[in-house]
Ligand binder design. Sequence first.
Ligand code: ADP
Ligand code: MG
Length: 233
Amino acid sequence: MTVQIDQLVDWLRRFRALVVQNQALLTELDSAIGDADHGSNMARGMNAVVEKLHGESSETVDALFKGVGMTLVSSVGGASGPLYGTFFLRFGTSTGAVTALDAGGLSAALRAGLGGVVTRGKAEAGDKTMLDAMIPAVDALDSALAAGRDLAAASAEAAAAAAAGRDATEPLVARKGRASYLGDRSAGHVDPGATSTALLFEALAAALAGPAAAAESDSAAEPGPASAPDPTP
Ligand code: ADP
Ligand code: MG
């Protein structure tokens, strides 16, 4: 199973849609332990990303994701802009000028993106940041692939691991970012960036869920008769 560039574009569109749907939640979480702008930061950034998708036909995966990363870095002022921007820039740098990724290529690109966030933000697991969702997600994808699962199943496991990692940030004391200024008072709140990262992997799982998901996204974009479930796995 390979991932076509159209599915990666679908991933970005789905991430935008989830960020916009959850904008108020992301902002509410950031109002508890930050400055109440994570929802607007992510919505502004992903809206800018998707607007550019309309304008230019992206031919290769590396060019697509380098463009996404630069757009996020330049359109989002908060910490999350450079961090997600670096994630996508490194993702793109890892793939080379291809139009599809196999499972190993997707895994390597996600791992490279994660490495970029670590290098840029200098946070570790347990610091109550987006890494607490991203690290378990990328690890879960790799474990599932190593166990012989296909990308649809592996990305679903990555999404579940990201959501569990997000939930596990609640009791943590923040050691990086604005929330760390609160010290012990940062405990008892879910981290906003871990919440948006869980959406990133939820979007990936939806984009890779197979032909049924593609049909669903087509009918969502252009309302029409409901399509029958696809019997192929
Ligand atoms: P800002 O903190 O500048 O207002 P946002 O509110 O958009 O930016 O994003 C905050 C999120 O960024 C946090 O919830 C956290 O997940 C993430 N974050 C902050 N600093 C770091 C870091 N050094 N490494 C990884 N993630 C970080
Ligand atoms: Mg903020």
